[in-house]
Design a protein around this ligand. Structure first.
Ligand SMILES: NC(=O)c1ccc[n+]([C@@H]2O[C@H](COP(=O)([O-])OP(=O)(O)OC[C@H]3O[C@@H](n4cnc5c(N)ncnc54)[C@H](O)[C@@H]3O)[C@@H](O)[C@H]2O)c1
Length: 246
């Protein structure tokens, strides 16, 4: 069984959905969680126990990441695991999407993962050990129903895969691995607005014909964040019930 005793794990977007599922699983297996969210999540931190803390921060803000890194260093002296789970996926046709909205998607889904790594890698380097797990998504852009306005999202998540591979190469000598998880359609608050027929159109193409749960995705993230995954880096693992990629 994966064991995270004595590990400090930062999880972004952990108030809801996949991020909360990851935070819960890592805490259950012994990690001390640092929850980074725009709002206060001290209730969740108290529920998780093991000295978990809640740090307010917007993942698109360089200043908020600097504050988070200082808080982690002051309180714990190290950061072992970073899971970048915060993300948004508004549906909008190309011609309905203005540049400000494109930038918001890029900033939340991609820039945030660069900022998070840049803020915490210095602490991981000191310990010569670290795990970064980035949440990616529909990285081929072909699993959403034809005609659906999702190009901005696919572009941001392809960026996540590129960043993951680049950082994996750059940071291996410091004992830091960097991997990405590509969730299939998952039952979260964020996905609750998506019509059920659209969700079904996706998961009926899976070998396992059901929605994923945050716990399904969390187990894959936990493996990549564990000591056991020390020879895996630069990978994107699809936790998607065996979706048939076109
Ligand atoms: N749910 C799915 O079907 C699905 C599928 C593939 C990939 N994903 C990816 O998984 C990740 C989580 O998605 P989810 O479905 O759990 O979403 P969700 O909306 O349920 O939760 C996302 C969390 O991120 C937080 N967040 C958003 N913007 C933020 C910001 N600027 N700063 C700090 N926190 C911010 C939200 O407050 C929320 O707590 C996203 O990256 C998403 O692209 C989800």
């Amino acid at each position: 069984m994966l064991n995270f005793e004595n590990k400090i794990a930062v999880v972004t977007g952990s108030r809801l959905g996949i991020g909360r599922g990851v935070a819960r699983l890592l805490a259950e297996r012994g990690a001390t969680l640092v929850l980074m969210n725009r709002g206060d999540t001290s209730d969740l931190a108290a529920e998780l126990g093991k000295g978990a803390i809640s740090v307010r921060g917007d993942v698109t803000s360089e200043a908020d990441w600097a504050h988070l890194a200082k808080t982690v260093e002051d309180q714990f002296g190290r950061a072992d695991i970073l899971v970048n789970a915060a993300g948004i996926y508004p549906v909008a046709a190309l011609t309905d999407m203005d540049y400000a909205e494109w930038r918001r998607v890029m900033a939340t889904n991609l820039d945030s993962q660069f900022l998070g790594a840049r803020a915490l890698v210095p602490l991981m380097r000191k310990a010569k050990w670290g795990r970064i797990v980035n949440i990616a998504s529909d990285v081929v852009g072909l699993v959403t129903p034809p005609g659906m306005g999702f190009s901005h999202y696919v572009a941001s998540k392809m960026g996540v895969v590129g960043l993951t591979r680049g950082l994996a190469n750059e940071l291996a000598a410091d004992g830091i691995t960097v991997n990405a998880v590509h969730p299939g359609i998952t039952d979260t608050e964020g996905a609750s607005g998506m019509p059920n027929e659209v969700k079904a159109q996706v998961y009926m193409n899976q070998a396992i014909k059901r929605l994923g749960t945050p716990a399904d995705i969390a187990r894959t993230v936990a493996f990549l964040a564990s000591e056991e995954a020390d020879f895996l880096t630069g990978q994107t693992i699809a936790a998607d019930g065996g979706l048939i990629k076109l």
